[in-house]
Design a binder for this molecule. Structure first.
Ligand code: NAD
Length: 253
């Protein structure tokens, strides 16, 4: 088992990639705090994990709220004694709004969840990990939209570019302190993220979907979970501050 007795916090663990990661980490022996703003998905997941070797507990946390994010990480330490792995996975889409159609409210909502929440969690996790001899590993789920200009709307794209920058900054800043921080940039993955899209921008859809035929295929959540497991385990001990695309080659064209 690659994560035996390792303590991991995963945000957005009730659906899609977060759920696949939580399950895989538990099957690899980890003690997982599965955080989500919605309890249902994690409750189902917990019942599925009964025979797996690790442990899993739910923690209700809205990543856009600093106090809830800090309480989530402190809960992991109280419950399991330390914090080895943080996966900042929770995120939302932005209705593909080009900048001319972005409301202040949409911008703030996307930034607060996709970026500020990641910063809140990294800040508290680094504080905890610096106090541990074993350090720790942080994995941020960015997006191909954090590397290329038109995979989503303006707010989502800006938020994910910022997550990439934050990841690389943390990776280097704490490289000598035993903390590794890497990002995964998935392309298109089959999850529930699209269900949050209501009244998407016509222009945004037309422009952002223009290159969809170049995508070799849609990925599965489990494939992203495999990449996260690699980054969470010592198999990736030399990898730090890296941004790994997981997109079937879509961005290689
Ligand atoms: P999903 O909608 O299936 O799952 C996201 C989970 O995050 C849900 O369980 C949701 O309840 C939770 N969540 C939403 N807002 C939250 C908040 N404020 N606090 C806590 N939890 C919250 O989506 P997914 O596709 O699995 O997305 C996971 C990550 O992957 C996101 O960061 C997303 O931007 C990124 N991503 C997705 C794709 C894709 O094609 N699906 C591609 C690239 C990147």
């Amino acid at each position: 088992m690659k994560l035996l007795n390792e303590v991991a916090v995963i945000t957005g663990a009730g659906s899609g990639m977060g759920r696949a990661m939580a399950r895989l980490f538990v099957s690899e022996g980890a003690k997982v705090v599965a955080a989500d703003i919605v309890p249902k998905g994690v409750e189902e997941l917990i019942s599925e994990c009964g025979d797996l070797p690790g442990e899993i507990v739910y923690c209700k946390a809205d990543v856009s709220k600093r106090a809830e994010v800090e309480a989530m990480l402190d809960f992991a330490v109280e419950k399991f004694g330390n914090l080895d792995i943080l996966v900042n996975n929770a995120g939302i889409m932005d209705n593909m709004m080009p900048v001319g159609e972005v409301s202040d409210e949409l911008w703030d909502r996307v930034m607060n969840i996709n970026l500020k929440g990641v910063m809140f969690a990294c800040r508290r996790a680094v504080d905890i990990m610096l106090g541990q001899s074993a350090g720790g590993r942080i994995i941020n789920i960015a997006s191909l939209g954090g590397l290329q200009g038109c995979r989503a709307g303006a707010a989502y794209t800006a938020s994910k570019f910022a997550v990439v920058g934050l990841t690389r900054n943390i990776g280097y800043m704490y490289a000598a302190k035993g903390i590794r921080c890497n990002a995964i940039c998935p392309g298109a993955v089959e999850t529930n993220i699209g269900t949050g899209m209501r009244e998407p921008s016509e222009l945004g859809m037309e422009r952002a979907l223009g290159g969809i035929n170049l995508n070799p295929r849609i990925g599965a959540s489990g494939e992203i979970a495999n990449v996260a497991l690699f980054l969470a385990s010592n198999d990736s001990s030399i990898i730090n501050g890296a941004v790994i695309t997981a997109d079937s080659g879509w961005s290689a064209y």
